[in-house]
Design a binder for this molecule. Structure first.
Ligand SMILES: Cc1cc2nc3c(=O)[nH]c(=O)nc-3n(C[C@H](O)[C@H](O)[C@H](O)COP(=O)(O)O)c2cc1C
Length: 577
């Protein structure tokens, strides 16, 4: 085996960039672009040890390049080619997924090798057609397809959508038993060692990467693992960090173990949307956010790019489904996806539907009728989108998601409430509080909730702390910097306000209809029937298991009746308000 390192790029003298090449199997080399000092990857994580972008060359009778690199390696990459590959004879460029850190030099390769055929998932090819400003030959591959390079290098493709890009494919070479996985099994770790010699050192980086990128799609990880189960994989050639060779079974077992653990979260929802159509993506994100607040897991899946086998598996396993209406014009792909969902969904699932607002949505009501006819439980009314989403619609989406999550978690909640009988819970129940209505007004969005876990928490400045459950509708409007009014209820004037604010409000409902209110200086609502109010601004927000502790300074306040008493809330048990 040979190793070589090309000189440091002078332009990047501060931020070291080098290229390392090494033979990793018969007629197969890796070109590892070492980005020694990269300290941040997108917004998702800080990096302590830089990263690498690995690409690979396989020379059978035909030659294939698997993935390119980050654009910052343009010069180094171009200089490295003559040593390893005559680009004029390159036959295939396999794009494992189109994230820019691996596809950043596709255009460069096409310029130097215009004869090349680009191989990728259907969505990857579509994406590249928009990204690359020149025509190119392409070949779309799906699960199980093969490409014979000759001399025994028969490549088999594995579809691995959502890991962590919708168009991810893995490539397995039957001759060398190398599985090329791009982001899957990767880690952000840059060193001179091509392989995983230092497993103990690497494990935390491997896990951190898994947690950030793969865990959110744990079920898709399990589906992909199932597809390679029993294969004789002797090297995992990842796109980031060292290649895995010495501890392959351990690395695969860790992925399986972590994903199975994650998949055990008994309640989870798939949110389908069509990427790039209308407002599907942003609304899906907001609904997913609402669902997650309740402790339910979510996987978001693009209807236009998912492979049907994976989709069927996801739909079978999910306990809830949310579908954003795709465009009618994109019928072939999304209509097949929709019929697959309909053929696989079952009566035990909760369902929610939303329009994408792209101007030519599939009609929502026929789909709703069919799903209800199949016995699925509608967790929130269809969300209709007639104009570009404004803040109330976005809030409505989040509340709808939370309603779906709460419905799925209802058994857990009831169990928690019923588990009364220990001394500890009774003792805790002797803690008492007042009764308060918290109100928020942000532009056109308003909300309110009844609270009793409220206490003064500082003297100078005057400050109060409130415990807000993570799945409350009002929660997303209580961020650091936000303002609210804390209405303090009066002992003899509490029942009708409690009845009103404890109603189950539909997503997006105006919670003040029928209640006498007037605005405080900070814009939030003062209840005319409250004994006193405090105008507050949030300065700290602390996560404590199932609640957020919201600490706020008090900016103004007033009492309406000096003689009246504050309502007191006495409880019997500590596991309920
Ligand atoms: C007496 C009483 C006190 C409550 N105190 C709190 C509280 O301090 N914090 C909280 O998050 N929820 C509290 N709740 C629950 C919420 O008021 C209520 O369930 C919630 O407004 C409904 O959920 P939603 O606003 O998310 O739709 C309390 C409920 C009751 C009955």
């Amino acid at each position: 085996m040979t190793t070589s390192s090309l000189p440091i790029n002078p332009v990047s003298a501060q931020k070291r960039c080098t290229i390392q090449s090494q033979e990793i199997g018969a007629e197969t080399i890796t070109l590892r672009c070492l980005d020694w000092d990269r300290d941040r990857f997108n917004i998702e994580f800080g990096l302590d040890n830089g990263t690498t972008y690995n690409s690979f060359v396989i020379k059978g009778k035909k030659t294939a390049l698997i993935d390119t690199s980050h654009i910052k390696f343009q010069d180094l990459y171009r200089d490295a080619f003559p040593h390893h590959l005559d680009l004029t004879t390159l036959d295939y460029l396999i794009v494992s997924h189109t994230e820019p850190d691996h596809s950043g030099l596709v255009e460069e390769v096409l310029e130097l090798a215009p004869q090349v055929t680009v191989v990728g998932a259907k969505v990857a090819i579509q994406f590249l057609e928009n990204m690359v400003h020149r025509p190119f030959k392409s070949q779309t591959v799906k699960q199980g397809d093969c490409l014979d390079l000759g001399d025994g290098h028969e490549l088999t493709f594995v579809s691995a959508p959502n890991l962590h890009w919708p168009d991810t494919i893995l490539t397995y070479d039957r001759k060398t038993h190398i599985l090329f996985t791009c982001d899957v099994f990767g880690m952000h770790y840059c060193n001179d060692l091509t392989y995983d010699d230092e497993a103990d050192l690497l494990t935390p980086h491997f896990q951190y990467y898994y947690d950030c990128l793969m865990r959110p799609n744990a079920r898709s990880v399990l589906s992909a693992l199932k597809r390679i189960d029993g294969w004789d994989v002797q090297t995992i050639a990842t796109g980031h960090g060292p290649l895995l060779k010495h501890h392959i079974e351990d690395w695969i077992s860790l992925y399986r173990e972590w994903s199975e653990q994650q998949a055990k979260v008994s309640q989870w929802v798939v949110v389908f949307y069509e990427e790039g159509y209308g407002h599907g993506n942003s609304l899906a994100q907001r609904i997913a956010q609402g669902i997650k607040k309740t402790g339910v897991d979510v996987e978001r899946v693009d209807l236009a790019s998912t492979d049907l086998h994976g989709l069927r598996e996801l739909v079978q396993m999910a306990t809830g489904l949310v579908i954003g209406m795709p465009a009618q014009s994109n019928r072939t792909t999304t209509a097949t996806a929709l019929s697959t969902i309909l053929a696989t969904a079952h009566a035990k699932q909760a369902i929610g539907l939303f329009e994408s607002g792209g101007g030519e949505d599939e009609p929502i009501y026929p789909l709703r009728n069919t799903l209800q006819g199949m016995g699925l439980v509608e967790a929130f009314p269809p969300i209709l989108v007639k104009q570009p989403p404004d803040s109330p619609l976005v809030q409505l989406c989040e509340e709808a998601g939370a309603d779906l999550g709460q419905w799925l978690m209802r058994d857990r909640t009831i169990k928690q409430i019923k588990a009364l009988d220990t001394d500890l819970e009774r003792a805790l129940g002797r803690l008492s509080g007042g009764l308060y209505i918290l109100t928020v007004q942000q532009g056109e969005v308003s909300s309110a909730m009844l609270a009793s876990w409220v206490t003064q928490a500082s003297m100078e400045p005057l400050g109060v702390a409130i415990a807000v459950a993570k799945d409350r509708a009002i929660e997303s409007l209580l961020q650091v910097g936000d303002r609210f009014v804390l209405n303090i209820l009066e002992e003899d004037n509490v029942q009708h306000l409690m009845r009103h604010f404890l109603k189950r409000f539909p997503p997006g409902a105006d919670r003040f209809t029928g209640i006498k209110v007037y605005p405080a200086k900070n814009g939030a609502q003062i209840l005319a029937d409250a004994l006193a109010y405090l105008e507050c601004q949030i300065t700290h927000r602390m996560e404590v298991h199932d609640h957020w502790i919201i600490y706020s300074t008090v900016e103004a306040g007033r009492v309406s009746k000096l003689e009246a008493l504050t309502a007191v809330h006495r409880r019997k048990v500590g596991n309920h308000y």
